[in-house]
Ligand binder design. Structure first.
Ligand code: C5P
Length: 216
């Protein structure tokens, strides 16, 4: 029988992009596939954890024994996460949350001006940082963040870890991993670094869950 190192542990995971509406038919999103977060949810459930996955719009099937909450916007993701976070043992933020959203959502589809010249200007406003908000709770779950950096990977990722006030950050060792089935990761915590060499996302997720179970 497979060992269940996370039996009795509650894990909350975010995955995928967010979608920030401009009007009823348009919006701002990104190329996150959600694959890494879904793989982590699967690995955590295999390890015996009670897993809740808050997912932005993705085209993936829910892993077995995982409770899934579908959301569109960063604010919806934030609100669902903040409701659930206080009872969790760990929070893993893999979602590619939009940093900004259109300041207003137009009730009707924006129309081209008749014979018009001017394109609309879309005013933007900042979205909440979900990970920092969870890390700032009075008695936070063990928080794991992800970082995609284009240069000085370890240095920038560790700076992000400290800035967000989280114990562990996982840096994507490029090239861009969006949509791919494999990845390579660098785990950085107070003790130092550990590289998980390139492998398929499910294998990496299982290794990450092993690392997490040592820390819970
Ligand atoms: O600051 P940056 O977006 O690079 O941080 C990435 C980490 O923070 C990821 O773990 C991501 O899921 C999380 N994050 C979040 N809410 C945001 C932005 C990022 O939870 N608004």
């Amino acid at each position: 029988l497979a060992p269940k190192p996370l039996r009795g542990k509650k894990l909350l995971i975010t995955a995928g992009p967010t979608f920030e509406p401009i009007d009823p038919v348009r919006g701002i999103t990104n190329h996150s596939s959600g694959k890494m977060g879904f793989a982590i949810a699967r690995a955590a459930a295999e390890a015996g954890a009670d897993v809740t996955l808050v997912a932005g719009p993705v085209h993936l099937t829910t892993p077995r024994d995982v409770r899934r909450i579908d959301v569109q916007t960063a604010r919806q993701m934030h609100d669902n996460v903040m409701l659930l976070a206080p009872g969790q043992h760990a929070f893993i933020a893999t979602a590619a949350v939009a940093d900004w959203r259109p300041a207003e959502m137009h009730e009707h589809k924006l129309k081209k001006a008749e014979g018009g010249v001017s394109a609309p200007t879309i005013a933007m406003t900042e979205n909440p940082d979900i990970l920092a908000a969870v890390a700032g709770l009075h008695s936070p779950p063990y928080c794991v963040g992800f970082a995609a950096e284009s240069e000085k990977l370890a240095e920038h990722a560790d700076a992000k870890r400290r800035r967000k006030g989280i114990p562990l950050i996982v840096a994507n060792l490029g090239p861009a991993t969006f949509g791919r089935d494999d990845n390579a990761l660098l785990l950085i915590d107070e003790q130092g670094q550990r590289e998980l060499p390139r492998a398929d996302k499910l294998s990496l997720a299982r290794e990450l869950i092993q690392e997490l179970s040592k820390r819970l």
